[in-house]
Design a protein around this ligand. Structure first.
Ligand SMILES: [Zn+2]
Length: 608
């Protein structure tokens, strides 16, 4: 087993153990689930205005396009890489073929910047035709490495000790910076009025490095003030393990709350279990297989220049450390972590303290470079002169995980299928004899796997003013039908009770949960559109302002701008983010149906 593999798993395990502190959102009642279930016995005939476009969307054509986009030739379409550029140019050529108008950047006129023809009195050349590509420059951060050094001063003696990334600690931060600060132990890092407990009382942690335990006191004590109330129990001891991470719930995150107090960095130790548990769990390395190769590629990070590399909740880097390392840092207090923890666990009173004579330095180095990427943008102009400057945007991320050595992440389902969905709707709109009143924009995003970068860039540099953007329809992973197992997985991730009664009512193969923002009448749009398609829809309306908790994808970039959004995602299978996510596993029929649902919905919104 290669060393880098150990480091990576340690990072994953420590992150999973310490990160998952999201409260369980309220589960909808059974009657609400039934109310939001849309099943269609026999689809209705399509209205004439939609007919040509609707019928142009077929399973056969979808598979044809997807086979190319997810071929090894595309090298897994990684952002800024050749494979992605090839896929982008291919999509642009299809749009051009279908007479979809370009909406990307105008190519720079020859000799731009050096010679201005207008200045010479020559007749102004007509405005150059736009391209289909919105070019973006990202900052690439790679080879990030964090060194940690501890200095303990006792009288005249100064002891220095350094720790090793991947062994003693794991850090996800990639910002090249050096943080050096005194250390404070702040128990569980909790301020919880409901439990009458505050680790930060009389403690100013601004600019200091804090050490905390994950979760909360009294994990195994039902009498603990953190167990007595269900809300607190769900908040600090979420029932579910790693899968929790995938729920990306909204709301409380302990480290995000602590970051607001302005500490220089947060060191977190897992609440329960010994370091040995972590290393033991690494004992049996996963068996490598072609479907599940062990890939240890160097981590790189892409950011939009000028936009904080750190996500809001990363203002203070969070570093997971082992208990052994925590004991070394706490040496100056004369106590071990276990002693301090026991003190809190027996009194349910904080035991926060400054670690005397101690300074910790975290020096992160990283290489940075500017790299080029692009979104693909096209549009169909609206037919109503008064409304054609208003737009409905449909989008999907075209990028995926790329390749490593001989392994290619073809990304047929994620998100070759959603990209095909956008192209299907583009052609359908182009073939529709009567265009909807408003214009429709077709977008293929780059950088989704890197943090929704392409769609975040677009909402900051929109082709039509945001105020004119009446809705956004996002497609991500629309080609793998549900089955009993993945429906159960979905019911957990989306917190929807799927009882046997409900299972009897739906056909897993055409089942689709659709999430959307409240207050824009989108439920009716989807219900009506589905009358022509015949999917079994579960409508998930949300008040969420961020779209988070509804699956991390590009709709979040539009939700953050308060633009009404719809998000369609089919089943998440074991091939998710694996090299086994390939075209022979997808359902062209499902892509056809979901693309037709998107087409009919967007036509209705744009023609309202
Ligand atoms: Zn995706």
């Amino acid at each position: 087993m290669k060393k880098p593999f150990i480091a990576l798993s340690l990072i994953l395990i420590l992150a999973l153990l310490s990160g998952a502190q999201q409260p369980q959102p309220q589960q909808p009642k059974l009657e609400d689930v039934l109310k939001n279930l849309v099943t269609v016995e026999t689809p209705l005939p399509v209205p004439d205005a939609l007919k040509a476009g609707f019928e142009s969307i077929t399973a056969k054509d979808s598979i044809t396009i997807l086979s190319f986009l997810s071929s090894d030739f595309m090298e897994g379409r990684e952002t800024t890489m050749r494979g992605y550029q090839l896929a982008a140019e291919y999509a642009a050529s299809l749009m051009s073929l279908w007479k979809v108008k370009p909406l990307g950047d105008a190519p720079r006129p020859q000799g731009f910047g050096r010679f201005n023809p207008a200045a010479s009195g020559a007749p102004a050349a007509p405005a150059p035709e736009k391209s289909y590509l919105q070019n973006i420059i990202f900052k690439e951060i790679s080879d990030a490495n964090a060194q940690m050094t501890l200095e303990v001063r006792k009288g005249d003696a100064l002891k220095t000790r350094s720790f090793q990334a991947g062994i003693d600690y794991s850090s996800m931060s990639s910002t090249a910076e050096t943080i050096s600060a005194p250390v404070v132990f702040t128990g569980y890092g909790i301020t919880e009025k409901a439990a009458g407990y505050d680790d930060f009382k009389n403690f100013d942690v601004k600019g200091k490095i804090v050490i905390i335990l994950s979760e909360a006191p009294g994990k195994d004590d039902p009498k603990s003030p953190f167990q007595a109330v269900k809300e607190l129990k769900d908040k600090y001891f979420p029932a579910q393990g790693p899968m929790q991470m995938m729920r990306m719930g909204e709301g409380f995150s302990k480290t995000r709350e602590i970051a607001k107090l302005g500490p220089a960095a947060i060191l977190q130790v897992q609440n329960k279990g010994k370091d040995a548990d972590i290393y033991r769990s690494l004992g049996e390395p996963r068996r490598a297989s072609d479907d599940r190769p062990i890939i240890n590629r160097p981590r790189r990070r892409l950011v939009i220049p000028g936009i904080s590399a750190n996500m809001p909740w990363e203002q203070s880097p969070v570093i997971s450390i082992t208990r052994e390392m925590a004991d070394a840092i706490l040496e100056g207090t004369g106590s071990k972590l276990d002693d301090l923890q026991k003190k809190i666990e027996t009194t349910y009173k904080p035991a926060s303290l400054v670690v005397p004579g101690t300074k910790l330095t975290v020096a992160t180095t990283a290489k940075t470079a500017l790299v080029k990427a692009m979104n693909v943008l096209g549009f169909i102009e609206g037919s109503d002169p008064a409304l054609k400057d208003e737009v409905v945007v449909i989008g999907a991320h075209l990028d995926h995980l790329g390749k490593y050595e001989d392994y290619v992440f073809n990304g047929a389902d994620d998100n070759g299928s959603g990209s095909v969905g956008v192209l299907n709707v583009a052609r359908a709109m182009a073939l529709s004899p009567r265009k909807p009143k408003r214009s429709v924009v077709f977008a293929l995003w780059t950088g989704e796997e890197e943090g929704l970068l392409g769609s975040r860039y677009y909402v900051m540099n929109p082709a039509f003013p945001q105020a004119n953007t009446v809705a956004y329809f996002n497609l991500d992973m629309i080609s793998r039908p549900y089955d009993e197992k993945t429906i159960q997985r979905m019911s957990f991730m989306m917190n929807i009770p799927i009882s046997q009664d409900i299972l009897k009512k739906i056909k897993p193969a055409t089942f689709l949960p659709v999430s959307f923002s409240a207050g824009a009448g989108l439920a009716d749009v989807l219900r009506t559109a589905d009358q022509y398609v015949g999917l079994d829809l579960f409508l998930r309306e949300t008040q969420s302002q961020t779209g988070r908790g509804m699956g991390g994808s590009d709709h979040s970039s539009f939700a953050a701008e308060k633009i009404p959004w719809i998000f369609g995602m089919a089943s998440m299978t074991d091939d998710y983010h694996q090299t086994s996510d390939s075209v022979e596993k997808v359902s062209g029929e499902l892509i056809e149906k979901i693309s037709r649902l998107a087409f009919a919905s967007i036509y209705a919104i744009a023609d309202k």
